[in-house]
Design a protein around this ligand. Sequence first.
Ligand code: NAX
Length: 328
Amino acid sequence: SNTPVKVAVTGAAGQIGYSLLFRIASGALLGPDTPVQLRLLEITPALKALEGVVMELDDCAFPLLAGVETSDDANVAFDGANLALLVGARPRSKGMERGDLLEANGAIFTAQGKALNASAASDVRVGVTGNPANTNALIAMRNAPDIPQERFSALTRLDHNRAISQLAAKTGAAVTDIKKLTIWGNHSATQYPDIFHAEVGGRNAAEVVDDQAWVENDFIPTVAKRGAAIIEARGSSSAASAASATIDAARDWLRGSADGDWLSMAVASDGSYDVPEGIVSSFPVTTKDGSYEIVQGLEINEFSRGRIDATVQELTDERDAVASLGLI
Ligand code: NAX
């Protein structure tokens, strides 16, 4: 029999959810032969809006959609989940300090970590999109002691895809010609998109570009500030592209990265590249059958070292802040 894969999505009535759910239900995540059951979590005041989204899912008559459950209880939504996409989070509101934001999200991700620990399937993979994504993933991981920490990741695939698009435009290449790009560190303005190991049509990208000023003054800030540019243009934050990256990341994690290429994923550091063990930081990874491996042995030049150290410093500061709040 073809048992449906249970995919839990939090924040399902939000903007990203409105794009994400329909693509999962259409087969973009698990392929054309795998039925999917959606298990949707929202806060109580958003359950009515979520019912409207479910009506639209019904109205698509997706052949692969084997059912939709909704709840405002994480233990119900995560029950038996094989994949949990944690999209819902508390946005920063006016006048909110960084510490307040970490605390508000800490409450959400401690509870969801505990619920995953208690209710999810034994093969669960957890992808965190909701911001601050790296630290939210760290909190969920540390509150789910029975789930191996390699089952948690935070989304830097949108940054990765943005960087591929910018590099393709600069070099006149197709996006499919760009390989081995890396996002290091935090999904924040300090992230470091690294082209020194990337390839454009099989040639070293930094040599093809041959313009360090462009890398420093144009490429890196454009990728790192893309989210703000989209808010400025669209009047709301990136949603369809964030949903698309959430799908790409989960699909490649479960089904594997391409030969001769790698991906960017924020995962628990094992100390590789002198990133302190335990923080959730973005690395170059290869994936296969739901597991990842951090790409080893890359030579890090002085410029990259400084950028990696800066974004990692921000992550250790966030880790220290949530530790002092008792969240991990
Ligand atoms: P929305 O505000 O449209 O939707 C968020 C939804 O989450 C809301 O419906 C809300 O009710 C729900 N929610 C809040 N607390 C919840 C809880 N405890 N349990 C379940 N649901 C809860 O935001 P949207 O634009 O969809 O963005 C969602 C998150 O993705 C935000 O944190 C956003 O900052 C983050 N992003 C992360 C990106 C990344 O690359 N990692 C890029 C896009 C996006 O900015």
